[in-house]
Design a protein around this ligand. Structure first.
Ligand code: PGA
Length: 248
């Protein structure tokens, strides 16, 4: 069974050496025995700094991407092994911004997931439809295709992932999927996971896309919403803390 919800911040390409200290300090100051798991997925340039800042903290360290290759001539890429050395516990894989701006395919996302799992890092696998896809009734088809590629390559290990449903039209736009819209897609994804693994019930399916202090509680109350992947609001300590409280 899913035990604790997961609230993961996705800092995207934000932060700085001074700002990171202030942000993590403010979050720590407001954390009181959190009853959910918490992570921050930081830019790779800050992994070393954040590893130090999060030592002996209940907040776990995450990265935002990794290479599908093990090592070698891949200029600019970061391997799972390297992430491991910095104590990375989670890595976002297949975020829509990577699929869109870096032409990541379903197949490369699946390989990255495999690479993360082989190195003991939990991938947070992102799926989600565009506005055009939603409006033409293709939502289920799109997210199922994206997840199917990951299941195909990873087989029964699929129960080791965290999945994140992030409708592209809701990311950074202030438009959130309604709790009912999100739950409907989460239920589809849950069904697909169950068909692939006997242990799928324990996979946490996060919602992401303009989750904030005001809407988190109702989203997190849905039966198949097991946490959140938080972009903008994770950079504001009070908002991030309020979302953590909503996950209690
Ligand atoms: P947002 O981003 O919360 O700013 O919409 C979520 C994400 O892209 O992971």
């Amino acid at each position: 069974m899913r035990t604790r919800k997961l609230i993961a911040g996705n800092w995207k390409m934000n932060g700085g050496l001074i700002a990171n200290v202030a942000l993590l300090k403010a979050i720590h100051a407001g954390l009181h025995n959190p009853s959910c798991d918490i992570a921050v997925c930081v830019p790779s340039a800050f992994l070393a700094q954040c590893q130090t800042l999060l030592a002996s903290s209940p907040i776990e360290l995450g990265a935002q991407d990794l290479s599908q290759h093990e090592a070698g001539a891949y200029t600019g890429e970061i391997s799972a092994q390297m992430l491991k050395e910095f104590g990375v516990r989670y890595v976002i894989v297949g975020h829509s911004e990577r699929r869109q701006y870096h032409a990541e395919s379903d197949a490369s996302v699946a390989s990255k997931v495999q690479r993360a799992l082989a190195n003991g890092i939990t991938p947070i696998v992102c799926v989600g439809e565009s506005l055009a896809e939603r409006e033409s009734g293709q939502t289920d088809e799109v997210v199922k295709r994206q997840l199917a590629a990951v299941i195909h390559l990873n087989g029964h290990c699929i129960s080791e992932i965290v999945l994140a449903y992030e409708p592209i039209w809701a990311i950074g736009t202030g438009k959130t999927a309604s709790p009912e819209q999100a739950q409907a897609v989460h239920a589809v994804l849950r069904g697909q996971l169950k068909a692939a693994s006997d242990h799928a019930e324990r996979v946490r399916i996060l919602y992401g896309g303009s989750m904030n202090a005001a809407n988190a509680a109702t989203l997190l109350a849905q039966p198949d919403i097991d946490g959140g992947l938080i972009g903008g609001a994770s950079l504001k300590p009070q908002d991030f803390l309020a979302i953590i409280d909503s996950a209690a």
